[in-house]
Design a binder for this molecule. Structure first.
Ligand code: PMP
Length: 359
């Protein structure tokens, strides 16, 4: 059969490669390619899921119980919270809502690999602003990239895949330069792992009430360890979130996702204890890699970045052969998630064996 698409598809979609997931690991390998949480689900979360068996019924379309729980936690009203089937779904909804053909969306690059595709799917044009040499956002250049066509700006902090945060001072200076009718998405998927004292916190930005164009995005996939349930949320102005609700696929957040998220909110102390273990492991990993001579950018998420440049594919193959499934970005670098203690030890061991081979 011919490999041509037999129906008419928008040309920009035909040219768009499907989202590529980090490789799956075999039984004897560690999967460190998707920034997942190595801890298994909490027993209370599993129990909550087992109670949620009415799968012959549709879920509550707006996940109202979860919105109420999050609203209470953030000191906002429930209509200032929006739930999505993963925060990536909410990014898609907001791109569709804010940007169409002829419009531009500015974000740092390299950053979360779903951004360009989601902008293109909306029909808009991605404007990618290179990171600074130390892998931080170049917010001055991002502000300078804003034109009358810009409809949205995405700020990812900590930045996936490189690790550094945006500081509060940097964000404050930046937001002054963004027209007030341009959507600013503060993607805080890894916020719970942040220990940098000067980091911007979406919560503080929202509490100031000064920037109704800012939407903060969070997820249950990382610190809460619910990646498989697909649940994330946005906090922001009710009318902006209404636009996301309008472009959302109806009923895409399952009752199980809502239930699991509620149960994990109720187990906050246990979850934060797990986060503190992961943070300690991350900091230990960064220190060990730096001692070997690697230049590691500030790692504020649950992952570290090896700037392997032209050697990326070759180095990733060495990790792969050692049973460590990492995420390689050809020609740029390798992102390694903070996994089980044995996985971290093995990363340190393999990294030591390759660092000498790099120029
Ligand atoms: N934002 C960033 C920066 C991410 O790294 C990810 C997941 N890799 C997401 C959003 C989406 O996460 P989810 O859809 O699982 O909530």
């Amino acid at each position: 059969m011919s490999d041509d698409i037999p129906v008419r598809v928008r040309s920009e979609i035909a040219a768009l490669p499907p989202y590529k997931q980090g490789k799956q690991a075999g039984a004897d390998a560690f999967k460190l390619s998707s920034n997942e949480n190595p801890f298994g689900p909490l027993p209370s979360v599993v129990e909550a899921l087992q109670r949620q068996t009415a799968i012959n019924r549709y879920p509550d379309a707006t996940a109202a119980r979860l919105r109420h729980a999050l609203a209470a936690r953030y000191g906002v009203t429930p209509d200032e919270v929006h739930i999505g089937s993963g925060s990536v779904a909410i990014i898609a909804q907001l791109m569709l809502a804010a940007a169409g053909p002829g419009d531009e969306v500015v974000y740092a690059w390299r950053s979360f690999e779903a951004y360009p595709g989601l902008v293109l799917i909306a029909g808009a044009t991605p404007v990618e602003v290179p990171l600074l040499p130390d892998a931080r956002h170049d917010l001055d250049a991002m502000a300078a990239a804003i034109t009358p066509r810009t409809r949205a700006v995405i700020v990812c902090t900590p930045n996936n895949p490189t690790g550094p945060i945006v500081t509060q001072a940097e964000f404050d200076a930046f937001i002054q330069k963004v027209p007030s009718d341009v959507l600013v998405l503060l993607d805080e998927a890894y916020a719970e792992f942040v220990t940098h004292p000067d980091a911007v916190h979406g919560r503080t930005v929202l509490a100031s009430g000064a920037h109704p164009n800012v939407v903060v995005l969070r997820t249950f996939s990382k610190a809460y360890g619910l990646a498989g349930l697909r649940v994330g949320y946005a906090i922001g102005h009710r009318r902006v979130l209404d636009a996301a609700r309008s472009t959302a696929i109806p009923l895409s957040v399952t009752a199980q996702a809502e239930e699991g998220a509620l149960a994990s909110l109720a187990a906050e102390d246990e979850l934060l204890e797990r986060v503190s273990h992961l943070v300690a492991r991350r900091d230990g990993l960064v220190a060990a890699l730096r001692a070997q001579g690697w230049r590691i950018p500030d790692a504020q998420g649950n992952f570290v970045w090896l700037a392997t440049g032209a050697e990326t594919t070759a180095v990733a193959a060495v990790f792969d052969e050692a049973g460590l499934i990492v995420r390689a970005f050809a020609g740029d670098g390798i992102r390694i998630s903070v996994g089980e203690p044995e996985a971290v030890d093995k990363v340190i061991q393999i990294a030591a064996s390759v660092v000498g081979t790099l120029q």
